[in-house]
Design a protein around this ligand. Structure first.
Ligand code: PGA
Length: 250
């Protein structure tokens, strides 16, 4: 089964609406590649102007977060219906920065994943170990736990459409990209775990990204691994280098 690669930018808390439009305009000629799904996950306030700037291109505009309730008294949160109305099809769920600074847990990640599917938004579900966990040799156990809770009550048909981003925390924003072997090993273990929860067909269909200091230089080797189906890209997604990552196969 051949899975279409998916490369998503995670802008994090960068770019004003005006800067967002300029960046989409700068990157759009560079990220044309029909063999890859291209997503720019942008701050909520940038979604509408970025969507407009990306019209008629292959760029999908996604969100970086979403709340798990439909609406109501949740000051400061963004609902799934708001994202859908703005044309959003992808949302990052449970990024390690959300877990570390905003108290997200495996349980809230699960609620958000279920809510995203209810609204037909594809979740990009993040998981990843800390340096201590890697050094203690518990990486795979930890990731399996994150995955098993994230997918609680998610149906097989939904799971097939999910995207998982494996992002070792020690590799995020540090310039320390995981070795190809480390990244492939964990992505393969995630696929095995999905196979255990569901079945082989679901495991074969689900897309698993690697994230953590991905660059135009490291992307070709990473994305050539059998279980790595693209990348979630932070720092390099704000630069022309993102075009090289998307065109890793050219
Ligand atoms: P980075 O960020 O590419 O800057 O390491 C990746 C991420 O946090 O998604």
């Amino acid at each position: 089964m051949s899975r279409k690669k998916i490369v998503a930018g995670n802008w994090k808390m960068n770019m004003t609406p005006t800067e967002a439009v300029a960046l989409v305009n700068e990157l759009k000629p560079l990220v044309a590649n029909d063999e890859v799904d291209v997503v720019f996950c942008v701050p909520a306030i940038d979604i509408i102007p970025a969507m407009k700037a990306a019209e008629g291109t292959n760029i999908n505009i996604g969100a970086e977060n979403m709340y798990y309730e439909e609406k109501g008294a949740y000051t400061g949160e963004i609902s799934p219906a708001m994202l859908v109305d703005a044309g959003v099809k992808y949302v990052i769920i449970g990024h390690s920065e959300r877990r570390e600074y905003f108290a997200e847990t495996d349980e809230t990640v699960n609620k958000k994943v279920l809510k995203a599917f209810e609204h037909d938004i594809t979740p990009i579900i993040c998981c990843g170990e800390s340096l201590t966990q890697r050094e203690q040799g518990i990486t795979i156990d930890w990731i399996r736990q994150q995955i098993k809770i994230a997918f609680l009550n998610v149906t097989k048909e939904q799971a097939k459409k999910a995207v998982i981003a494996y992002e070792p925390i020690w590799a995020i924003g540090t310039g320390k990209v995981a070795t190809t072997e480390q990244a492939q090993e964990v992505c393969a273990a995630i696929r095995v775990c999905i196979g255990e929860i569901y079945d082989e067909a679901t495991a074969a269909e689900i897309r698993i990204q690697y994230g953590g200091s991905v660059s135009g230089a490291s992307a070709p080797e990473l994305f050539a691994q059998p279980d790595i189906d693209g990348g979630l890209v932070g720092g390099a997604s704000l630069k022309p280098d993102f075009g090289k990552i998307v065109n890793y196969n050219k």
